[in-house]
Design a binder for this molecule. Sequence first.
Ligand code: KG4
Ligand code: ZN
Length: 332
Amino acid sequence: MVLGIETSCDETAAAVVLGGTDVLSSVVASQLDQHARFGGVVPEIASRAHVEALPHVTARALEQARVDYSRIDAVAATVGPGLVGALLVGVAAAKATALALDVPFVGVNHLEAHLYAALLDAPDAEFPMLFVLVSGGHTLLVEMRDAHSYRVIGQTIDDAAGEAFDKVARFLGLGYPGGPEIDKAAQRGDDSAIAFPRAMLHDGLDVSFSGLKTAVINHVRANPGVSTDDVAASFQRAVVDVLVHKARRAAKEVGARTIALGGGVAANSLLRREMAAAGAQDSRAVVLASREMCTDNAAMIASAAWYRLARGESTPLDAGANPNLKLGTGQK
Ligand code: KG4
Ligand code: ZN
């Protein structure tokens, strides 16, 4: 029974997970309204909000799971990547709780946890798996040979997919977070109206979105009367084309039986539709995690920790947070 805590960005979350996959509770308190008027996450506000929310969120997670602290076998928290001040709130709380309960503390890589989030939603998914992690901070293509080993085989060389959505939405005056707003506007627009570039489409498995963002800005400046809905639709189509194209190529290279989609951008309606269609065409299963599991939560933290504990690993109490933690290679 693992108590997981997540405070890497603007979501304060706690969850209780039994045996790695049985989610007894998953509580997420969003700070979105505290950051929205600034058009992005303000680190100092995030840290303070975590301090305020975490005790209640943790208490609620235990309550909803109908367990008390005496039943908890380990306490896990995200140690990176993320905002350092925000991470430290969860890490300090998890360590203190582990110390008080005399149980192991497990420091979890947030990106690794996103991989386990997809498995929580699809426990019977077959390996090898190609995991496409598309969030506000990351765009990664990850090969998973089994539940314990993974390898990054492609990533963005500049902006993350979600970051591109957020920056373009902001430029178009569509509000924050931009992804859902572009998704909505795109449904009213014509996605073939403007031929935006698909960068690096034919070389390797890495992606790049910064040129696309610049192309959008240049196009709108040169055509002030252009329909915002058409721009949104054409931009979204370009991002989705690239992601689906790279995912297909990567899946073929690793012989994936399954393609899994995770991270906030996995909520995008066109991306979900096109990835499902591509999977059907190539005879690969496609796991589209639920919105709750795509976005930041603590059940995925507890689950990732369980897999580490199962391999006999835990984290010393003097370990700190690492805001730049990378997703390396999972050990077996
Ligand atoms: O994974 P997430 O909740 O937070 C982290 O970045 O860790 O991802 C948030 C990102 C934001 O950039 C947001 O604009 C994007 O996911 N997003 C979307 C959609 N919903 C959220 N992007 C495109 N279409 C959506 N429907
Ligand atoms: Zn995340």
